[in-house]
Design a protein around this ligand. Sequence first.
Ligand code: GDP
Ligand code: MG
Length: 597
Amino acid sequence: TPLSHIRNFSIVAHIDHGKSTLADRLIQSTNTVADRDMKEQMLDSMDIERERGITIKAQTVRINYTAQNGEEYVLNLIDTPGHVDFAYEVSRSMRAVEGSLLVVDSTQGVEAQTLANVYHAIDADHEIVPVLNKIDLPASDCDRVAEQIEDVIGIDASGAIRVSAKTGQGITETLESIVQNLPAPKGTRDAPLKAMLVDSWYDSYLGVIVLVRIMDGVLKKGDRIRMLSNNSTHHVDRIGVFRPAMTVIDELGPGEIGFLTASIKQVRDTRVGDTITHEKKGTEDALPGFKPSQPVVFCGLFPVDSAEFEDLRDAIEKLALNDASFSYEMETSAALGFGFRCGFLGLLHLEVIRDRIEREYDIELITTAPSVIYHIHMRDGTMHELHNPADMPDLTLVDHLEEPRIKATILVPDDYLGDVLKLCQDRRGIQLDLTYAGSRAMVVYDLPLNEVVFDFYDRLKSVTKGYASFDYAMIGYRQDNLVKMQVLVNDEPVDALSTMVHRDRAEARGRAMVEKLKDLIPRHMFKIPIQAAIGGKVIARETLSAMRKDVTAKCYGGDATRKRKLLDKQKAGKKKMRQFGKVDIPQEAFISALKMD
Ligand code: GDP
Ligand code: MG
C-alpha cells in the first residue's frame, strides 16, 4: 500500500465512554470480520479485561476501507489501555501512530482520563478528530460537550462527529474523517530498516509476538534483525497483520503496523519502545523516548497452603513470561513462610495478576500490604531503595527517608468538592490548583503515593457516588517524617503487617489497625493482646478475650456424622487462616487491617 493510502490512529477516551464499542463498529462496518464471527468487544481479549470492562494490553487491527472517493485505504487502529496504571503503554503506543479519535460520551463530558489520554496524543503530535458518542441517549448534549472540549482541552470541536457506537449512526462519517483529516505516515522504502517495538506478548504456540511499526525500510520474512537497546539478533520466521485475527503476509513497508515472530523465548527480551533494524546495513539511529517501564507498587504474595509454593512459582514465572512490567523475587517471611515479593505498575495491575493466579492456577493467596519504594538515606551517605517495610534497617544508621509523590488530577461535580478536598487533605495532600470546567471542579493535588496506592481510588468513588474521575503522574521523591509501624499479635511481631506511616498519623493509624484486627481475628482459647508499635514503643493496644471455641459442644452427645461434619467445616474455615505462633489469622486480615475508613 502506498503511504498516501495508509492511516494509523488510536482512540483515546475516558473509561466507559465507548472506545471498545466504537472500535467494534469500525471493524464491523468495513466487513473486516464476517458478521457471524463478530462478538462484542473484539479487541478486549483477556477474560479479566472483559469482566472489568477495561483494555489492558494495547491491541491492534488492520481495516481495509473503500472511501467515498473510490480509493482503497488501509486503516491501522491501535487500541490503548484506559487505566492510569498503564500510562506508559499509552504514551508509547501513541508514538506509533499519527492521529487519534478523541471519544467523549456526549451525556457525560470530559473526564480525568479524557484529559490524561488526550495530552499523550498531543505530546505525540497527533492530529485529533473529536467524536461525540452516545447520541442515541436522551441525556446527550453535544453542543455543551463540544464547547467543553474547546474550553478544557483547547482543540477545535466545531466539526466534532456525532456518533452512536451502539446504533452505528455516524460511523461512515467517522471513517471518512479518518481518511480526510488524519495525516498519512511518512517514511522511506529505500532507507535502512527502522521499526519501533510497540508491544509484545507471549503466545504458547508461536513464542513471543512482537508488534512493530515500520518507520523506514522493509521487513521481510527470513530477515535477520537486531534490537538497538542490547544488540541481540534474531531470525524473523513470520510476519503478519491483525484483521483482527493473525494473518501472515510477506512484508511490512514504511508506515505499516504488524507483527513478527523470531523464536524469542521471553517477553523480557523485547523492550517496548526499542528500535529494530537489520543485522547488516542497519541504522544506528535509535528512536527517541525509550525507557523501560518500572514497577511502583510492591507486595508479597504467599500461598495460603505452603505446600503450594512450587505451584505459585510456576504460575508467577508463566505470568511474567507475558508481562515484562511485572517483577518478582523470592521472599521469606517469618510469619508467612516462602513466597514472592512482586512489583506492579499500580494497584489495578496488582489485582489483575493476583486474580489470574487465584483463578487460572487455582492457588489461594495471602497478599501483604502494598508498599511503594522508599529511598533510605543512610548516615554514611549511601542510599538504598526499600521495597519491603520488613527490610527497614536499624534506625540509628538512617539519616532520613524519602517517599514518592504524585500529581493527582481529579474532576468532580461541584456538590462533592468538599468531600474530595477532605479526602485529599486526610491523605497528606497539598493542593496545587482548583479550577472549573463548566459545572465540574478540577482539583490538582500533590499526594504521597503510599496514601494513594491502597484504597484512595475506592474511597474517591464512594465519597462522590462514582462521579469523580482520577488520574495521576509521578512527580519525584521528597523527604518526610516516615516511620515503620509494626504489629504484634500475642506479643509476636507479624512482619507481613508492617507498614511505613507518617509519624503524625501513626497513632491514629495504629489504633484503627488494632481495632480492625480485633474484629478480624477469631477468638482463641486464650487472651490475645494486639499491639501497634514504633521502634519497640507500643502506640496502640487491644485485647481479644478468650473463648472456648468447640463447635461440637453444641451437639448434645449422639450423632457422630453431624459431629464429623461440623469438624470438617471448622477445618475448611481454618484452611484460609495462617498460623502465627499460637494464633490463627485469616488472610483477609492482611488487606482489611490496612484499609483506612
Ligand atoms: P470503553 O470503556 O470506552 O471501551 O467503553 P465501552 O465501549 O466498553 O462502552 C461502555 C458502555 O457504554 C457499554 O455498556 C456500551 O454498551 C455503552 N455504549 C457505548 N457506546 C454507546 C452508544 O453510542 N450508545 C449507548 N446507548 N451506549 C453505548
Ligand atoms: Mg474498552
